[in-house]
Design a protein around this ligand. Sequence first.
Ligand SMILES: C[S@@+](CC[C@H](N)C(=O)[O-])C[C@H]1O[C@@H](n2cnc3c(N)ncnc32)[C@H](O)[C@@H]1O
Length: 339
Amino acid sequence: MAQMQSHAELLRLLGHPTRLALLAELAKGPKCVSDMQGMLDVRQANVSQHLAILRRERIVDYHEAGKLRCYYLVRPGLVDALDKFLNGRYPAVRPTAEEVRRAARSRTECSIPGGSHQRGRAGSSRVDRAAAPGMGRADHWNKVYTEKADKDLSWYQGRPTGSLAIMDRLGLSKDAAIIDVGGGGPSALVGTLLKRGFTDISVLDVSSAALERCRKRLAGRAKSVTWLESDVTRFVPPRQYDLWHDRAVFHFLTDSEDREAYVAAISRGLKPGAHAIIATFAPEGPPKCSGLDVVRWGPTALAETLAGGFSLVECLRETHRTPWGKPQAFAYCLFQFSP
Ligand SMILES: C[S@@+](CC[C@H](N)C(=O)[O-])C[C@H]1O[C@@H](n2cnc3c(N)ncnc32)[C@H](O)[C@@H]1O
């Protein structure tokens, strides 16, 4: 019941026409306060007040550039789901009389024909199919991070050697904007970058438990990181980065539509000339990770999948040892983005 109480509070907070209008505008991309004031025909003080409420709940956040304060969505997945809900994009499906009778007889939950519980429904829309795996992913990873310690996770590494080897060659400035996709949980990358003096780091993860574990480990230093809770396939980057880093996320995208959504996100999220490091299981690596199927990638296939705008700079091989000593072949591919 306590959880329902907090859900009700969230809905109450969202239930204001100005706040909904602000979220709808921000879903199209980051905006400065003065832009939103013009678009919504609302006084600036009013806009700022509503944005402050949304920020307190970590639904939006801002960047300041001189006197300009520009807002962006911290949880684009939440706003996307809200938009679908409000705009009635969930088809209503009526159970047949026989199904209702059967459900009443068995006193079990009513199974809705054509609903998301059904397997292999033909003709479901992209929106419906994307929603289910997105939610399933968060559940899967939250469970993993709730039940397992760092040393029980096959991907755990005390030092992110492969990623650092490539980053060192890039010679990034300390204020470079870096995003680590799937960087929650035990990942040592964000802590290492903070120690090295990088000041503009964002960590995105589909799992709130993964982000929380990472935040806890960093303790006071967590404040200087931007935390983004989102499925990367639904991520609308709030800004453009100098480096996109992904170790062991892309290989979970076994569906070509999800890979296309990933490519759309990375293309939107990189500055022209910026770099991306994508580390996946190599062709001779394991077929599964965390109980999930993966797609194993070599540099050529990965470059073809990223396609237009991404040129392969180099690809390093690394044999990662799981905490229990099993070797796993990884490929760390570096791309440059020139749209
Ligand atoms: C195998 S772990 C790798 C973690 C980290 N990058 C590392 O190297 O230690 C995969 C991470 O990506 C996150 N993840 C999986 N699928 C994702 C998705 N579609 N969008 C965002 N994060 C995802 C998981 O929650 C998990 O933290």
